[in-house]
Write a protein that binds this ligand. Structure first.
Ligand SMILES: Cc1cc2nc3c(=O)[nH]c(=O)nc-3n(C[C@H](O)[C@H](O)[C@H](O)COP(=O)(O)O)c2cc1C
Length: 193
């Protein structure tokens, strides 16, 4: 896939075909994408747990919160639309750069998933204590974030922002995600006045 198409398509997806598991080839590429991530001083401190067993993914569902900007009946996936997999990022040693390392890793992971048509939702609004219990994550290991994954059953399209930057759903319940124009984000040679 063309790189810009990959960037455009790798949006946040929140409803999935729960009858379609993530295939082994995609899992392997995601694992490799995790491995190839850059990290400060090449310390590679982040560990990722792939959660693929249905009992656990269903239990994970109760510990994650979808779409804070939408009413629950619109933003939270219904039975049959739940993620079929999660990736949970953890670290033992907090460094100054752990969030940067995690961001790079999240980007690699979600892009490699999307290259297989697997949609994702990066999740920071999660119940870390419940997830730690569920996945036997020991004391001293911190959960950074999670990613919900599966084949999406909706589209997500970039639109021009008007009054605000809140994402919303159209009549077909497809996502629309406002992005600021390049001219507001990227400057040449000097900061604008
Ligand atoms: C660090 C981070 C945390 C996020 N946490 C959540 C979350 O807890 N729940 C959720 O539904 N979406 C979450 N998102 C997804 C954002 O809402 C989404 O990225 C944003 O609306 C822009 O959409 P886009 O990813 O399609 O560009 C998170 C995204 C990031 C980068």
């Amino acid at each position: 896939m063309d790189l810009m198409q990959l960037f455009k398509g790798r949006r946040t997806y929140r409803r999935f075909d729960q009858s379609r598991p993530v295939p082994e080839a995609a899992l392997q590429d995601m694992a490799q994408a995790v491995r190839l991530s850059s990290s400060a001083r090449n310390a590679q401190l982040i560990r990722v747990i792939f959660v693929t067993v249905r009992d656990l993914t269903e239990a994970m569902f109760d510990s994650v919160h979808f779409a804070a900007d939408l009413p629950r009946e619109l933003g939270t996936p219904k039975p049959g639309e739940h993620p079929v997999m999660y990736a949970v990022l953890t670290y033992e040693k907090k460094t100054r750069w752990v969030d940067t390392d995690a961001g790079i890793l999240l980007s690699n992971l979600t892009l490699s998933a999307w290259a297989h048509g697997v949609g994702s939702c990066i999740m920071g609004n999660i119940d870390r204590k419940a997830i730690a219990n569920l996945l036997h994550i020991p004391e001293g290991v911190t959960i950074h974030s999670a990613v919900a994954l599966g084949y999406p059953t909706h589209t997500s399209e970039i639109v021009e922002p008007d009054d605000d930057l809140n994402y919303y759903l159209d009549e077909q319940k497809n996502y629309k995600v406002p992005k600021r124009p390049i001219s507001e984000l990227v400057f040449e040679n000097r900061y604008p006045e």
